[in-house]
Design a protein around this ligand. Structure first.
Ligand code: NAX
Length: 331
């Protein structure tokens, strides 16, 4: 049997945490033959709720679950972890300045970076979910210099999956037959959901999405804004932000990163920019990637038309500003 993998979930007493931990314990993140030990971190006010989640994990008698650590101590939480899913953060509250929220998250991600750097397993893979996801991941990277930058990513897979879902509804095909959409940039309303290179598998082979949709106006406006604003639409409908879809997409992100993407398919991940597609280096920016042997690489050579270029630049500008704001919180 395989050795168990230790998976950290921060903010585990929150709503995404509650949806995510049973998925991990069921093998949805790392596979149906991979035992796991869950490490759950939350803060003191949520300690009792966190313990309740631990009780439920015991009660669910998951065959793959070989242990549960539930703690408010970041060092205990980070010790020996192979995968870290960072869901905990400080939410923006009514009337709060952007800078104040940024400042809270910068201090959280700075200190959790140190705990991970000192105590996680070598080669630990990190996924930041908590908003502002890209910039939290960048702070984590800056303050965990010994963790390879390739190991620090943020979640844009939910946006990617939302784009797949919208296309499948529009052209009335199964979502599993749609692939190679791209989310470029920030996990925010400036993200650019791009279907220029996306395809649908049909009985007559792979067809380009733009031709199948055959509605340029919708692709250039309604589609983009629906994906960008989907988070807000979920809050309006549910009175809570997306949780099951976020948890499921976090599992997709880690599974594809660890187990690899299928031949001919790419996915979107927020990763450290190397300057590909003229995106400024040094930002955590969402790119199309393929994964193999536990490593992602940015898909190269895709054509970028004028419309797309503007959108790639706009979301890069926002990330550059966020980075400056985050750094101003450090001094
Ligand atoms: P909740 O408020 O339900 O849960 C957050 C949990 O984090 C709480 O239990 C809180 O006590 C805990 N926490 C706060 N500070 C902490 C710290 N320093 N260490 C450990 N835990 C800490 O929020 P939830 O709906 O679960 O969302 C979590 C985060 O995901 C939010 O930042 C949210 O904005 C972000 N999202 C990101 C998405 C993405 O695609 N990247 C989509 C979904 C979601 O909106």
């Amino acid at each position: 049997a395989k050795d168990p993998v230790r998976v950290l979930v921060t903010g585990a007493a929150g709503q995404i945490g509650y949806a995510l931990v049973p998925m991990i314990a069921r093998g949805i993140m790392l596979g149906p033959d991979q035992p796991v030990i869950l490490h759950m971190l939350d803060i003191a006010p949520a300690a009792e709720a966190l313990n309740g989640v631990k009780m439920e994990l015991v009660d669910a008698a998951f065959p793959l679950l070989k242990g549960v650590v539930a703690t408010t101590d970041p060092v205990e939480a980070c010790t020996g972890v192979n995968v870290a899913v960072m869901v905990g953060g400080f939410p923006r509250k009514e009337g709060m300045e952007r800078k104040d929220v940024m400042s809270k998250n910068v201090s959280i991600y700075k200190s959790q970076a140190s705990a991970l750097e000192k105590h996680a397993a070598a080669n630990c893979k990190v996924l930041v979910v908590a908003n502002p996801a890209n910039t939290n991941a960048l702070i984590l990277k800056e303050f965990a210099p010994s963790i390879p930058e390739k190991n620090i990513t943020c979640l844009t897979r939910l946006d990617h999956n939302r784009a797949l879902g919208q296309i499948s509804e529009k052209v009335n095909v199964q979502v599993s037959d749609v692939k190679n959409v791209i989310i470029w940039g920030n996990h925010s309303s400036t993200q650019y959901p791009d279907v220029t290179h996306a395809t649908v598998t049909t009985s007559a082979g792979e067809k380009p999405v733009p031709a199948l949709v055959n509605d340029d106006e919708w692709l250039k406006s309604g589609f983009i804004s629906t994906v960008q604003q989907r988070g807000a639409a979920i809050i309006k409908a549910r009175k809570f932000s997306s949780a099951l879809s976020a948890a499921s997409s976090a599992c997709d992100h880690i599974r594809d990163w660890v187990c690899g993407t299928p031949e001919g398919t790419w996915v979107s991940m927020g990763v450290y920019s190397d300057g590909s597609y003229n995106v400024p280096a040094g930002l955590i920016y969402s790119f199309p990637v393929t994964c193999r042997n536990g490593e992602w690489s940015i898909v190269q050579g895709l054509s970028i038309d004028e419309f797309s270029r503007k959108k790639l630049d706009l979301t890069a500008e926002e990330l550059t500003e966020e980075k400056a704001l985050a750094y101003s919180c450090l001094s």
